[in-house]
Design a protein around this ligand. Structure first.
Ligand SMILES: *[C@@H]1O[C@H](CO)[C@@H](O)[C@H](O)[C@H]1NC(C)=O
Ligand SMILES: *[C@@H]1O[C@H](CO)[C@@H](O)[C@H](O)[C@H]1NC(C)=O
Ligand SMILES: *[C@@H]1O[C@H](CO)[C@@H](O)[C@H](O)[C@H]1NC(C)=O
Ligand SMILES: *[C@@H]1O[C@H](CO)[C@@H](O)[C@H](O)[C@H]1NC(C)=O
Ligand SMILES: *[C@@H]1O[C@H](CO)[C@@H](O)[C@H](O)[C@H]1NC(C)=O
Ligand SMILES: *[C@@H]1O[C@H](CO)[C@@H](O)[C@H](O)[C@H]1NC(C)=O
Ligand SMILES: *[C@@H]1O[C@H](CO)[C@@H](O)[C@H](O)[C@H]1NC(C)=O
Ligand SMILES: *[C@@H]1O[C@H](CO)[C@@H](O)[C@H](O)[C@H]1NC(C)=O
Ligand SMILES: *[C@@H]1O[C@H](CO)[C@@H](O)[C@H](O)[C@H]1NC(C)=O
Ligand SMILES: *[C@@H]1O[C@H](CO)[C@@H](O)[C@H](O)[C@H]1NC(C)=O
Length: 439
């Protein structure tokens, strides 16, 4: 275990990087538009935005062309492809792409889609949205291309970058709202204005082979945000941004996350929850297989005081951390506002949370932190085979406040759970079945 104490030389880390990072260049330019006679009939069902007037020069406003192609695709029967061709750059202004559709649409992004650079384009429009899909069933978005939010101007105007700026919202690059049976795969998302991709009020989502990239300093640029969504799989993806790699909030459940490489960024987060005294329930989340590198947090649960509801049945498993500042953290005193938050008499309950097979290095001494609520202590915390060494040499430590639970196997640093047996719980039953069928 000796070489675990160096932040960048652990053998398992190198193996993990090899698996996760070196093999991720799978963004091949896939589509060949059909040429053979037989596929020509089928090619009526392939609509290229170029045929609807898109210039693809990165300068002209291609929004109308896309909307027209979408409208036609949406009204057809059966399976239809809408294509953004290879080697072209399409400038899209903020748009609503609406369902329901008669057809099953496959949006193939082979080239690049870019946003307007200038936030003034959003004047008079909803500042939270750029590409906003809603009410679509059975949509697949793929193609190996890129979606670039061109976020630099938005970041410069953020109150997190310059505190003299007023705090304004900024767009989520791609939002799927009230979508069902959604598949997103093989795409690169870059430099989004704020969050990169959000699923809100959706049902049955598979996101795989995504590459999400933005600078570490870019504010609030979460990779994948899951809100009020049930049955989600996120897998085989690389996320390097300025905020949470994956965040899960508001009544989401049955989320499966595996083979994720994350960092820099703020790690994998449940929450924040309970802001502005809301009631929320996040449950049945299983993260199995993640590599976190140089992140501010590893696996985290964050709730605001004053909220209500519950976070339960969460498992973080098979996780490798390297130079992570707060590898394991539950914070029920989360306060991401410019004024300090007052102590409140209610809290989101945190119960039955397991941390299993988690190894690596911590950039701070305090590798495990359970800062639970006075009014609603954490119950059923469970740690098994956890080893978090210090990056700086020396011992790591853990912090507990109102934290109840149990451990099994080697756990380092040792936990400081309150030993009240009333609160000892068995580990959360692991349900290994996938959330939905694999793609
Ligand atoms: C398609 O094939 C048929 C016969 O198989 C032929 O008569 C027709 O000319 C072909 N059409 C095109 C556009 O090549
Ligand atoms: C771009 O095109 C869309 C669709 O026609 C239109 O609504 C929007 O105003 C255009 N934006 C600019 C800046 O021209
Ligand atoms: C789609 O299919 C339905 C019934 O299957 C039919 O009534 C309708 O005319 C078809 N529409 C088109 C555009 O082909
Ligand atoms: C912050 O913004 C103010 C005004 O918006 C500007 O004068 C100042 O130079 C900015 N500071 C930095 C560090 O960019
Ligand atoms: C893990 O994800 C990466 C992409 O980040 C992919 O290249 C690799 O094949 C995946 N590994 C497995 C075992 O599926
Ligand atoms: C979560 O669901 C409950 C009941 O199903 C609802 O009352 C609550 O408003 C929801 N919370 C949020 C944040 O959507
Ligand atoms: C560890 O992470 C911090 C940021 O959290 C970074 O400044 C530092 O350079 C990293 N150290 C190594 C050895 O990568
Ligand atoms: C909230 O409670 C904590 C500990 O119970 C205390 O240290 C802190 O000062 C309190 N904060 C406020 C704003 O009252
Ligand atoms: C937590 O786990 C215990 C023991 O398995 C179970 O009795 C309890 O209902 C669970 N709580 C929640 C909120 O799932
Ligand atoms: C680390 O902990 C061990 C056991 O508690 C102790 O003997 C040792 O002195 C500690 N090392 C440092 C650098 O504090």
């Amino acid at each position: 275990m000796k070489n675990l104490r160096h932040c960048s030389s652990s053998t398992f880390v190198i193996i993990f990087i090899h698996i996760l990072v070196t093999h991720n260049e799978g963004f091949d330019p896939v589509i060949q538009l059909p040429h053979s006679n037989r596929t020509l009939t089928r090619s009526k069902r392939v609509l290229s935005v170029v045929d609807y007037g898109a210039k693809g020069d990165g300068f002209h406003n291609d929004t109308k062309a896309f909307l027209e192609a979408w409208k036609i695709a949406c009204s057809l029967n059966g399976s239809v492809k809408v294509v953004f061709p290879f080697r072209k750059t399409f400038l899209l202004h903020p748009i609503d792409i609406a369902g329901p559709c008669q057809s099953k649409i496959n949006l193939r992004i082979l080239g690049t889609i870019v946003a307007p650079r200038d936030p003034l384009v959003w004047h008079g429009l909803n500042q939270h949205k750029w590409l906003y899909f809603h009410g679509v069933n059975q949509l697949t978005v793929d193609g190996g291309g890129r979606i670039n939010g061109m976020g630099h101007e938005w970041w410069a105007r953020s109150c997190k970058i310059n505190t003299t700026n007023p705090c304004h919202p900024a767009p989520t690059a791609v939002t799927f709202h009230r979508c069902k049976n959604l598949k997103i795969r093989k795409l690169m998302l870059l430099n989004s204005q704020q969050m990169h991709m959000a699923f809100t009020n959706c049902m049955s989502v598979v996101a795989s082979r995504l590459k999400v990239l933005a600078p570490a300093f870019s504010p609030n640029t979460d990779g994948i945000h899951i809100s009020a969504t049930r049955r989600v799989e996120v897998k085989h993806s690389l996320i390097r941004t300025g905020d949470d790699c994956i965040s899960i909030v508001r009544n989401s459940s049955r989320v499966r996350i595996r083979n994720i490489s994350c960092g820099p960024g703020h790690g994998i987060s449940i929450g924040s929850m309970g802001k502005s005294e809301t009631w929320e329930r996040v449950q049945d989340i299983h993260v199995n297989g993640a590599y976190l590198y140089n992140t501010d947090n590893g696996v985290r649960i964050k709730t605001w005081q004053g909220g209500q509801g519950i976070v339960s049945k969460i498992t973080f498993q098979n996780i490798v951390m390297e130079n992570v500042s707060n590898p394991i953290i539950v914070n029920q005193y989360y306060c991401d506002s410019q004024k300090p938050c007052n102590n409140q008499t209610s809290a989101v309950k945190v119960e039955n949370i397991s941390f299993i097979d988690i190894q690596g290095t911590s950039a701070t001494e305090e590798a495990i932190k359970f800062a639970c609520s006075d009014v609603s202590p954490c119950e059923g915390l469970y740690l098994e085979n956890v080893f978090l060494a210090s990056c700086m040499g020396g011992n790591t430590s853990s912090y507990c406040w109102q934290a109840h639970g149990s451990t099994r196997g080697l756990v380092y640093p040792h936990t400081c759970f309150s030993s009240s047996n009333d609160f000892l719980r068995q580990k959360v039953g692991l349900d290994s079945s996938p959330a939905i069928q694999s793609i």
